[in-house]
Design a protein around this ligand. Structure first.
Ligand SMILES: Nc1nc2c(ncn2[C@@H]2O[C@H](COP(=O)(O)OP(=O)(O)OP(=O)(O)O)[C@@H](O)[C@H]2O)c(=O)[nH]1
Ligand SMILES: [Mg+2]
Length: 492
């Protein structure tokens, strides 16, 4: 071999000039061994990097379902289990949300009382029109004509005393932002705007709203943030917040007796019963807790927080680090479930480990807020069918939560008949278990018929406001999602 005298590196690694054949053999064996060791080290480094990457890859879970199906309540259960510190930090901020929930339901009952009182007044006046006084919420049923209630001065007094709550409601709503307002009946929109088979004209809202926004990282948490005292706030801003807060609580505390009188009044209860209105089933129902929560030292309990209602706007990412499984990071995506929010869902489909799909099975007799012509159960079936048939999700595990079983049970105990709303239910027994099995079968059938590839059917009957039972369910769900995640990572 010719070695140039100008190349010092070649000179350095060149074999000795007078090398014997034995020396050459020994040198080549040593070189081979050195290369083998070096390759083995490279291999090990590569394997460690891949393992680290796999370990670092977060578990991604998407929560889907129509509005008020319980997605955020499920997420709160995750946080309650695995993000105790953050949970404790946010506890005080939920107070304002709970007060808003309470005020909203009080005003709902108050509006019904006002309507009935004005109807009774106009019926007393001979020849007068029987159009009842107009009140704010138009989505309640029509007044119970032909019923006569014994209204007294006490009702007029309650009405006057509770008047100031309306401005507190407006104040709280503007402080909390769009999350604090429920969607109203809007232009007709597709149930599944994320579905590629839906014509584009139906898939997008005419005017893009904030609901349509793809990703905000903090969503309803940012609504809570607005209420949380912070070191970052100037003393002046903090004083103003405190003053506003005191004004709100002063009005609320001033109305405490009148709120109790309204809710416990036998005539009001009679009116609600005749209208077949069960305010108790409403989101954010706290009317049975007035004595406990309208106090100066009230601190929301875990159960209060899970029951509080603050709607999700857009899609919100929540990061939870689970102690179990060696500090694995989980990213949970909580979406807005109203029809106007659903177009944004699809952008999260391709990289997700599992979907938890929620359907509130108690809603067989209810309509969507955003489109009063649509039955909520029908809407959930459409959503489920579309999610199951999605090609991108063909290999993704979907876990179905048939939720709000507690409300379903109460409705059946009150004597509601499923077949009055779902004729195909036929002559099956009208008890909770049979109804639950019927829904289970229906969802299973849809999954079987519409999934592009065969997929397992994972189902849990839930009442996610029951934090203890939900902790057990989530334990099982987390384990199976983690196992699938690790299996998938190994295949990559
Ligand atoms: N009684 C009862 N209430 C429930 C249950 N699950 C959720 N809720 C309540 O129903 C309301 C709506 O639940 P959310 O979790 O806010 O619903 P969501 O699916 O996140 O709704 P959007 O954010 O509008 O998409 C809240 O007040 C919850 O506390 C349940 O199983 N039983
Ligand atoms: Mg939500």
């Amino acid at each position: 071999m010719f070695i140039s005298a100008d190349d010092p590196l070649a000179l350095a690694i060149a074999p000795p000039r007078n090398e014997t054949p034995e020396e050459k053999d020994a040198r080549e064996t040593a070189e081979l061994e050195a290369r083998r060791i070096s390759d083995a080290i490279d291999d090990q480094i590569r394997q460690e990097r891949t393992a680290l990457k796999k370990k670092k890859k977060p578990v991604k879970v998407l929560l889907l379902g129509q509005s008020e199906s319980g997605k955020s309540a499920t997420l709160k259960n995750f946080q309650l289990q695995h993000a105790r510190h953050e949970w404790a930090e946010e506890r005080a901020s939920w107070r304002a949300v709970i007060y808003l929930n309470l005020i909203r339901n009080i005003i709902r009952v108050l509006d019904i009382l006002i309507r009935e009182m004005s109807l009774a007044e106009s019926e007393k006046r001979p020849g007068s029109s029987t159009t009842p006084e107009c009140v704010s919420d138009s989505d309640e049923e029509t007044p119970s004509r032909g019923m006569s209630y014994h209204f007294t001065d006490k009702h007029s007094f309650i009405r006057r005393r509770l008047g100031p709550l309306r401005s507190v409601q407006i104040d709280l709503e503007s402080k909390l932002g769009p999350e604090a307002q429920e969607v109203r009946s809007a232009t007709s929109m597709s149930a599944t705007p994320f579905d590629s088979t839906v014509p584009p004209s139906q898939s997008l809202p005419k005017r893009p709203s904030r609901d349509f926004g793809v990703s905000s990282t903090n969503g309803w948490k940012s609504a809570l943030e607005k209420l949380r005292p912070s070191m970052m706030n100037s003393a002046r801003l903090q004083r103003r917040r405190d003053a506003d807060h005191n004004e709100i609580t002063d009005v609320l505390f001033g109305c405490k007796e009148a709120m109790l009188d309204l809710w416990q009044d036998p005539v009001v209860q009679q009116v609600l019963a005749h209208r077949k209105m069960k305010i108790e089933d409403s989101p954010g129902f706290f009317l049975n807790d007035i004595g406990r929560i309208v106090t100066h030292d009230y601190e929301p309990t875990d159960s209060d927080i899970v029951r509080a209602r603050l709607r999700t706007v857009g899609i919100q990412q929540h990061r939870v680090v689970m102690d179990e499984g060696g500090g694995k990071e989980w990213l949970l995506y909580d979406v807005g479930g109203a029809r106007s929010s659903r177009a944004a869902w699809a952008s999260y489909f391709d990289d997700v480990d599992a979907i938890i799909f929620l359907c509130p099975i108690s809603c067989f007799d209810e309509q969507l807020r955003e489109d009063r012509r649509v039955n909520r159960l029908e809407d959930s079936y459409l959503l489920w069918k579309s999610v199951c048939s999605s090609r991108i999700l063909a290999k993704t595990d979907i876990i179905l939560f048939l939720n709000k079983c507690d409300i379903l049970q109460k409705k059946i105990q009150r004597g509601m008949c499923i077949k009055d709303y779902i004729p195909s239910y036929g002559d099956r027994k009208n008890d909770t278990i049979t109804v639950m099995r019927y829904f289970q079968q229906h969802f299973k059938e849809i999954s079987k018929q519409h999934s592009p590839d065969p997929r397992p059917f994972f189902l849990h009957f839930t009442s996610v406001i029951d934090t203890k039972a939900t902790a057990a369910t989530l334990g099982v769900v987390e384990e199976s999602i983690l196992r699938a995640h690790l299996r998938k990572a190994d295949l990559l």
